[in-house]
Ligand binder design. Structure first.
Ligand SMILES: [Zn+2]
Ligand SMILES: [Zn+2]
Length: 535
C-alpha cells in the first residue's frame, strides 16, 4: 500500500469509529437538547425558599405617615407597574415591556400622573416629546441548529427558544457553519477564521451585562467577516436578554440564555472532536422594521416649597420585559416618596418629581425635560435619581451546574450592593449617604465616587450636583428581572433612606450641596439619632 492510500484507509477507519461513537451516545453526541426558554411571566430563581430577606427595623412615628413608605405599599405599586409590561406581552409585542414611546409605556406614565394627582400633587401631568430617532422593532425570528444523523441517531434540528435578536438587525435569513470564538477578544480570534460563519461567543455578566467585558465583541466579529453572532450569556436558566451593547449593526446578532448557550458550546466541542465541525450549521431568521415619528413622554409633578429653586427626584418609567428592578423599583419608591412628602410640612425647596421616558431609547426623557424647561438651568439645586434600588443579590453557589456553566446560582437574603455616586463629591452629601448602610441597612459599596450611570446623563447639561445609588445584577436587561426579584424589605429600606436624604438636603444650607470635594462639611453624628423611624 502506498503512503497516500494508507492515509486514506486510516481516515476512513477513523471516521467510521467516530461515527460509531456518535451513534453509541445517541442524538447530538449524547448531549441533552436544551429546555424551552424560561417563562418570562415567572421568576427564574426561587424567591420563596427557606429564608426570608433580611427584615426591616423601622418603627412608625405617630402622625408622620410613615406607613406610606412601608414595603407592602411599595410592592403594590411595583406590581401595578410590572402589570403594564405584561399588558405589552399580552398585546403581542415581540420585544415587550414598558419600552419608551409604546402604548404600555404611555399607560405607565398616565397612571403615574393620576397617582401623583391623587397624592395631592395637583399639577401632575404627562409632558410629551417627539422622539428624534427611529425605533427598531423585531417582528419575528428563529435560531435553529441543523440536525444531522452523523451526530448520532435521532439528531433532529433544535430551535434555541431563548434566542432574542439584538437591536439594528435587518430582515434576513441565512444558514452558515458555527464557530466558537471564546469571549471574542483578539487573543481568542488568533488563528481562527470567522469569515462567513456564525460565531458563538461566551458573555460573562460581571456582575451584569452592564459590566460585561464582552460588550462590543459581536460588532467586532462582524467587522472580521462573521455572517452573524450568537452571544451566549453565562446566566441562570434560559432567560431572554436585550442590550444594544451586544448588537452588530444590520447583521443578525442574537443573545441566548444559559442553557441554550451550554448546548451550543457542548455540541461545537463534540462535533470538532468527531471531525465534523464543518457539518454543524445554524440558521438565523429575522424580520424587523424601523418605526419613525414616535411620541414619548415624562410624567411631572411638584410639591411647592418656600423657594422656587428645585430638588428634582427622578425615576425612569421605561424598561425591558417585566423590568421589576430596572426600574419598577425606582418608580414605586418615587411614588411612595411623593405621597409621604406631600403629607409633611412644606419643604424649603420645590420638590419636582419626574417619571422619565428613560435613556434606553427611543428618545431620552431627562434630556427632553431639560430642553422643555429652560427654567431648570438656573433653578435647580440638586437632582436625585432612583434607579435599580433593591434587587436581591444572585450569587454563584456551592454546587456545580450540570446543564449550565460553572456553579449553580443562588439568591441571597440581602440586596445587591449599590454604587453611590455624587457628581461634585460634596462632602456633605457623601456624609448623608453614609447613613444609608449605617442607619437604614441599605447595601452599598464601601466607596463613593463622582460617576453616575443610568438616567442622570440627560440632566448633565444642567451643571448641578446629581446623586444616586445604582446597581445592575445577573438579570439586568433580561426576562429574569421580575416582580419577585425585588424584596419589599429592600424597597422599604431604599424609600426610608431617600426620604431622609431629601429632607436633609432640602433643609441644609445650599452651599453644602454645591461645595465640591475637599470642602468642610458638618460632621455627621456617629449614631443614627437624626435618622428617623428606626427601631
Ligand atoms: Zn436599563
Ligand atoms: Zn435603569
Amino acid at each position: 500500500m502506498n503512503r497516500r492510500r494508507c492515509l486514506v484507509v486510516i481516515a476512513v477507519v477513523l471516521a467510521s469509529v467516530i461515527r460509531f461513537d456518535a451513534q453509541e451516545k445517541g442524538a447530538w453526541f449524547g448531549t441533552p437538547v436544551p429546555p424551552p426558554m424560561s417563562d418570562p411571566r415567572k421568576p427564574v430563581m426561587k424567591y420563596d425558599d427557606v429564608f426570608a430577606p433580611v427584615p426591616v427595623r423601622f418603627a412608625h412615628r405617630p402622625g408622620k405617615f410613615d406607613e406610606l413608605l412601608d414595603g407592602a405599599a411599595l410592592k403594590k405599586d411595583q406590581r401595578k407597574i410590572v402589570g403594564f409590561s405584561l399588558e405589552s406581552l399580552e398585546a403581542g409585542d415581540k420585544l415587550w415591556g414598558r419600552r419608551a414611546a409604546t402604548p404600555a409605556f404611555m399607560h405607565t406614565l398616565e397612571w403615574t400622573a393620576s397617582e401623583l394627582k391623587a397624592a395631592g400633587l395637583k399639577d401632575a401631568k404627562v409632558e410629551t416629546y417627539a422622539v428624534p430617532t427611529p425605533m427598531w422593532v423585531p417582528q419575528s425570528w428563529e435560531v435553529q441548529v441543523a440536525g444531522d444523523p452523523a451526530f448520532g441517531p435521532g439528531t433532529e434540528t433544535v430551535t434555541l427558544q431563548s434566542a432574542f435578536p439584538q437591536p439594528g438587525g435587518a430582515t434576513t435569513s441565512l444558514t452558515a457553519p458555527l464557530i466558537f470564538a471564546g469571549r471574542g477578544t483578539d487573543a481568542d480570534l488568533a488563528g481562527r477564521d470567522v469569515k462567513g460563519k456564525i460565531a458563538v461567543i461566551r458573555i460573562r455578566p460581571e456582575p451584569s451585562l452592564f459590566g460585561s467585558a464582552e460588550q462590543g465583541a459581536a460588532a467586532r466579529l462582524v467587522e472580521r467577516g462573521a455572517a452573524g453572532v450568537i452571544n451566549a450569556v453565562e446566566g441562570p436558566g434560559n432567560a431572554l436578554y436585550f442590550d444594544s451593547r451586544f448588537a452588530c449593526g444590520k447583521a443578525p446578532c442574537f443573545m441566548v440564555g444559559g442553557q441554550d448557550g451550554w448546548f451550543l458550546e457542548q455540541v461545537i466541542g463534540k462535533a470538532a472532536n468527531a471531525g465534523m465541525l464543518d457539518r454543524l450549521k445554524a440558521t438565523l431568521r429575522l424580520t424587523s422594521e424601523e418605526k419613525t415619528g414616535l411620541t414619548s413622554g415624562n410624567a411631572v409633578a411638584t410639591i411647592a416649597g418656600q423657594s422656587a429653586k428645585r430638588i428634582i427626584v427622578n425615576a425612569h418609567a421605561d424598561g425591558y420585559f417585566q423590568a421589576g428592578d430596572d426600574n419598577a423599583s425606582g418608580l414605586a419608591v418615587l411614588l411612595g416618596l411623593a405621597r409621604y412628602l406631600a403629607k409633611q410640612p412644606a419643604p424649603k425647596h420645590t420638590l419636582m418629581f419626574v417619571a422619565s421616558g428613560g435613556h434606553h431609547s427611543p428618545g431620552n426623557g431627562p434630556a427632553a425635560l431639560v430642553a422643555a424647561h429652560p427654567e431648570l438651568k438656573d433653578g435647580t439645586l440638586l437632582v436625585i435619581n432612583l434607579e435599580h434600588v433593591a434587587y436581591l443579590d444572585i450569587v454563584r453557589g456551592k454546587t456545580r451546574a450540570v446543564n449550565n456553566t460553572g456553579m449553580t446560582w443562588e439568591t441571597s437574603v440581602t440586596e445587591s450592593a449599590k454604587a453611590v455616586g455624587v457628581t461634585n463629591e460634596s462632602p456633605f452629601l457623601v456624609d448623608l449617604w453614609s447613613y444609608a448602610p449605617r442607619c437604614y441597612d441599605v447595601a452599598t459599596y464601601l466607596s463613593a465616587g463622582p460617576g453616575v450611570s443610568g438616567d442622570l446623563g440627560g440632566y448633565r447639561s444642567l451643571g448641578v450636583p446629581m446623586t444616586q445609588m445604582i446597581q445592575s445584577g445577573t438579570f439586568y436587561h433580561s426576562s429574569g428581572d421580575v416582580f419577585e426579584a425585588v424584596p419589599a424589605e429592600g424597597m422599604e429600606r431604599a424609600a426610608r433612606f431617600h426620604a431622609f436624604l431629601i429632607e436633609q438636603a432640602d433643609q441644609a444650607p445650599e452651599n453644602l450641596i454645591t461645595a465640591g470635594k475637599g470642602t468642610r462639611s458638618q460632621p455627621a453624628p456617629a449614631d443614627c439619632s437624626i435618622a428617623f423611624g428606626r427601631k
